[in-house]
Design a binder for this molecule. Sequence first.
Ligand code: GLN
Ligand code: ZN
Length: 766
Amino acid sequence: MAKTAVLGFPRMGKKRELKKALEKYWRGEINKEELLEVASALRVAHWRLMQEHQLGIIPSNDFSFYDQVLDTTCMVGAVPERYNWNDGDIDLDLYFAMARGKKNDNQNIPAMEMTKWFDTNYHYLVPEFKENQEFKLYALKAVREFEEAKAMGIHTRPVLLGPVSYLLSGRMVDGAASVLTLLPLLLPVYEAILDKLAEAGADWIQMDEPCLVLDRAEDVAAAVHKTYKQLSSVDSRWKIQLTTYFGGITNYLNDIVNCPIDGLHVDLVRAPEQLDQVLEIIRPDQQLSLGVINGRNIWRSDLGIFIPMIEKAITKLGENNVIISSSCSLLHVPFGLEEETELDEEIKSWLCFAKEKMDEIVLLGKVGTQGKSVIADELTKRQAAVQFRRKSEKVNQLRIKERGRKVTARMLARNAPFNERKKMQQEKFRLPLLPTTTIGSFPQTQSVRLKRRDLKSGKLNQEAYQQFLKEETRKCIAFQEEIGLDVLVHGEFERTDMVEYFGEHLDGFVFTKNGWVQSYGSRCVKPPIIYGDVERKEPMTVAWSSFAQSLTKKPMKGMLTGPVTILQWSFVRDDQPRKDTCQQIALAIRDEVADLERAGIHVIQIDEPALREGLPLKKTEWPAYLKWGVDCFRLASAGVKNETQIHTHMCYGDFEDILDAIAAMDADVISIEASRSDMVLLTAFGEFKYPNDIGPGVYDIHSPLVPEKEAIINRMKKAMAVMAVEQLWINPDCGVKTRNWPEVNDALHNMVAAAKELRGQIKISG
Ligand code: GLN
Ligand code: ZN
């Protein structure tokens, strides 16, 4: 039998126990001991569960109170200066201060910056390094957790984030030196922790180096070589499994195999083609871990396709040197299916969460010298479910597929070019210079959320709920008229979430009750599952937008979520290319756009905040992705008359490197997040000569601080220095659903006042 393993397990617990305990602790409702107890109980439960599932290799140190990169920062003592750390213990309060910021007698100490972990929806805390950064071994969490499992009689394989990926996940706060210059200072700390782990009885160590799936860079290759030469213990006190995931590593294969590492893990879900090359080059005494069970989606695997791979590896290396594993940590999938009592039974039979994925791994582990006959019956049974899904009418609808095939280039383009459309739109809307608008949502207050809860629990009937939403919308529109905004929105009170709302109205989506995955810290998301061909049953937003338009003479903006964002924030089917699923969503949105236009909504915003985050990890794959992503946006938006004004909105991230694609979307107006970079971003748009209209966000909606009128004027002046004033709109950075009404009132008042003052100044000088 081959060995079996997972690279990590979801941390939150079956019922998100960790999330609840963390938030209670932060609110002061439980003490430190109680929090530690919950955490320990979860680790113990998860180890037991893996043991019960007969998993061979069980990970430890995959648990975290907040984030594994922050844990590594604590391990090596790289606490940024502003936390006034005195070199002592890094206790939980300091740890959470780094994660979430802290108030110190009137002084705000900001949290460390957060950013996305590769192409997942998990966010980590970005390490901050100085030149000649001092590293010292501090937190012994890895050792403690190894010992904790050992005390239960479970011998685990500790997980460490490898030094190269750790450094590359961080940034230098001073100077321009590469983070990799710090490697010689960091490696002794890793040697020390490996030493301590070995002393505690660990043998194999899982060292994660996902940076190896990125484009090759010579300095990274050299760093990896140096690291694993130095860390592979001469006297074999420990064994290192160099662990890579989220893509193929053939770019680095020679550098890796030349290191004296004892084992290698490769992701064969994202890059199955690398197996042959890996097998050719790996030494017969090295272990190979085959990442065959997808740690990034929720589908049952087609196990049959892995059997030849496993057999090939066993032939070359022998059963003892082959491990069957998840492609990456199971952190990115929900806990288990047993809570999903309300899911359609057929659809449920196609799904596979972390717990069920362990069963798949263990089953494949039985393919050994005895061959697949040992598991033939079980395999046949599982294969049947996969086959049913493939053939199910729930999944494949000829009519929808046919429509996709009939999409023509003509459908992707507006009738007239932007400059002609702009004249017609000006004629129609007669907006002032520097028009003002907002991004869509208004405060989702406690009362909105309570009403929604009451509706769910049956306390409130549908009619009363709708009445309540209408009232909120009415107030929101009256408010916008009163403060003098130019293009209004309805406020999105009927939506919990910008993707969920559309998923609930489209065919081909299901929602789970408990399918949570960690996004950052205690925050979890429950992505919809796209299981089948997507189609719009009936208009999704027209009634709300028409109702809103009936309350005002000003233009009302219809609000839609774009196809790429809906795709990106869902679990996507794996039986057809992502771009085909995206195109189906685009067609559904196109229908909605047409209905909105017909209903008299002539400004329509299609949000694409996730366009940038969908970029593939390897740059060579960017153009293909951007091509279909932009085409899908155009398919969704281009079916309207020239006079109809299409807006889009983007936030989260730098857009400098995808300006071509943004311009190719050909939205009449784009609103983007720009205030956090203090309009620096706009310079890039200016230099690019971005042709269409643009609304740079003039204040950060994530902060409760109300922007002063003067600050907004200054920001707009910066924008006017790089873009023509006729091109510019004034709006916040994003929707204001997380803010309260007094903040929104003051902020938007100042924003409109700033617009008026700027218009006055321009009139005088012009
Ligand atoms: N229209 C959405 C809102 O205002 C956009 C949200 C987003 O960009 N994340 O809430
Ligand atoms: Zn936004």
